[in-house]
Design a protein around this ligand. Structure first.
Ligand code: GLY
Ligand code: MN
Ligand code: MN
Length: 494
């Protein structure tokens, strides 16, 4: 990339560049409005630009839903000013930044995804008036447009505030005035913390950690039940993910010639072409790496005869993510012991999925899956029964390691700060979307299991929507039963 560099003392230290036409050299004046830039060029850059304002934009598809969510928020915190920031770019190194991902709370309440945005709900006679503070289009008069690193000439055109108002369905103001405006107002205020330290500092002692946490918890719980738009987005995320898994199967020979990175890169290509990004670091775990739950280094070899545990999800442009895992035999056929472990996990997942229905306790699907796995471990002689004793003492957890699932949505582990009584101790309702993902993991150095198990890790993970009368597996297009996995792989690899 090119570098923006406008240094204070460049005027005097740099020799005046030659005029390419060979006439008079461009004068670098010490009192130039822009250091290193002649007044003539500065003046020149102000003019000659077409009016590109977009005057007839349709609102984003989810505008009615974001308005409903803001209304629910308003009702919960009457008379209080509420501040929900999107967050800022984060430096990766020197003057390069990580790709930006707006805060989940901000996206859920606005549908907007741009950096620096701040949603403010100001108490009013009708509840609250909502405003979004955004960075407007770059000023061409003061040179910001082409001399500032965040100027549109460098980073691309932004929506004007008037355009953003049409798209998002609420008034938009210049974000550079937000801190002053907010600190100039009296009355109680809450902010979602962790996204905009500058604004938190500006609001200072008017904020209270406990009250701010109540706001964050409420917004987490507001996402527990997905509306119809969110379900279409989750399905789109899953559909792209299915295609990404197919892509990976087709290049397994190339991965064998290189490394797990080939798998990561292949899935990432699908995520970037069809969506915004991956929803979390792809876990491309071949052989014994499958027993490391969050193996994201993805730098190991891919060998025939081993399993590949691929846990990956595409994030849509609206920032909803899938979270899917398949454990695949790299050469297309499970060995006897691999299949034995795989079938046990499959059976546990079937039991877990069957327990997902409205009115069921959230914990039911976990308990159902754990029961199957504990019974298998007892049957195989890896732990002493009876099964109820194993479950009571949690002894199966040496090999099952993690919970059987979690809520899914804008965040891969969605609704993470919802209260225990509304989530883990809660009851399933239509519109909730969760993963069911049991696994068995035998570490390569686990001396308590026969050698043939060591280094085998299996997880099967699907995205399950609670419906009015049961559930729908959003990721059903990817085969799960061992025979079906083998047939699917054979078909894709021709
Ligand atoms: N990919 C993280 C998880 O499955 O929860
Ligand atoms: Mn996963
Ligand atoms: Mn998961």
């Amino acid at each position: 990339m090119v570098e923006v560099r406008v240094e204070e003392d460049a005027v005097t230290e740099q020799p005046a560049p030659e005029n390419p036409e060979g006439d008079e050299p461009i004068k670098q004046r010490k009192n130039s409005l822009y250091p290193g830039v002649s007044d003539e060029l500065a003046e020149n850059m102000k003019h000659g630009w077409a009016d590109t304002e977009l005057r007839h934009l349709q609102p984003i598809e989810q505008a009615p839903e974001t308005a409903r969510r803001r209304a629910a928020l308003s009702e919960r915190f009457p008379g209080e000013r509420l501040v929900i920031p999107a967050g800022h770019l984060k430096t990766r190194s020197n003057d390069t930044e990580y790709g930006f991902r707006a805060s989940t709370e901000y996206v859920h309440l606005t549908g907007d995804r741009t950096e620096d945005g701040v949603l403010v709900l100001e108490p009013s006679d009708n509840g609250h008036d909502a405003t979004i503070y955004l960075l407007p289009r770059s000023n061409r008069e003061n040179g910001e447009f082409w001399l500032d690193g965040q100027g549109e000439l460098w980073v691309g055109r932004r929506h004007s505030l008037a355009e953003a108002e049409q798209l998002l369905g609420l008034p938009c103001k210049d974000v550079r005035k937000a801190a002053d405006e907010l600190t100039g107002l009296d009355g109680p205020v809450r902010i979602v913390r962790g996204h905009d330290p500058g604004l938190e500092e500006a609001l200072g002692e008017r904020l209270d950690a406990e009250r701010d946490e109540e706001l964050r918890v409420f917004l987490s719980e507001l996402r527990l039940v997905k509306d119809a738009f969110e379900v279409t987005q989750l399905q789109a995320a899953v559909d792209s993910t299915v295609r990404g898994f197919e892509d990976v199967v087709k290049v397994l020979d190339k991965a064998q010639a290189t490394s797990e990175r080939y798998i990561e890169g292949t899935f990432f290509l699908r995520a970037r072409v069809e969506g915004n990004d991956i929803g979390y670091g792809s876990i491309c775990a071949a052989g014994p790496h499958a027993t490391t739950l969050h193996w994201v280094r993805n730098d190991g070899p891919v060998r025939s005869g081993d399993l590949l545990l691929l846990d990956a999800g595409v994030e849509t442009h609206t920032l909803y993510t899938a979270d899917v895992t398949r454990t695949l035999p790299i050469n297309g056929r499970f060995s006897a012991v691999q299949r034995k472990v795989y079938d046990a996990v499959y059976e546990a997942q079937e039991a877990g999925i069957a327990a997902v229905r409205p009115g069921a306790k959230y914990r039911d699907f976990h308990d159902a899956a754990q029961h199957v796995l504990a019974a298998k471990l007892v049957e195989w002689g890896l732990v002493e029964g009876p099964v109820e004793r194993v479950l009571e003492l949690g002894l199966q957890r040496r090999w099952t390691l993690h919970g059987t699932g979690h809520m899914l949505g804008l965040d891969v582990h969605d609704c993470a700060v919802a209260r225990t009584e509304t989530y883990v101790d809660g009851t399933l309702e239509p519109g909730m979307c969760l993963t069911v993902e049991p696994g068995l993991y035998f570490q390569a150095d686990d001396l308590t299991v026969p050698e043939e198990y060591r280094g085998i890790g299996v997880r099967i993970e699907d995205d399950i929507l609670v419906t009015d009368d049961g559930n729908r597996n959003l990721s059903a297009a990817l085969p799960r039963a061992a025979d079906e996995v083998e047939a699917w792989m054979a078909r894709l690899r021709g």
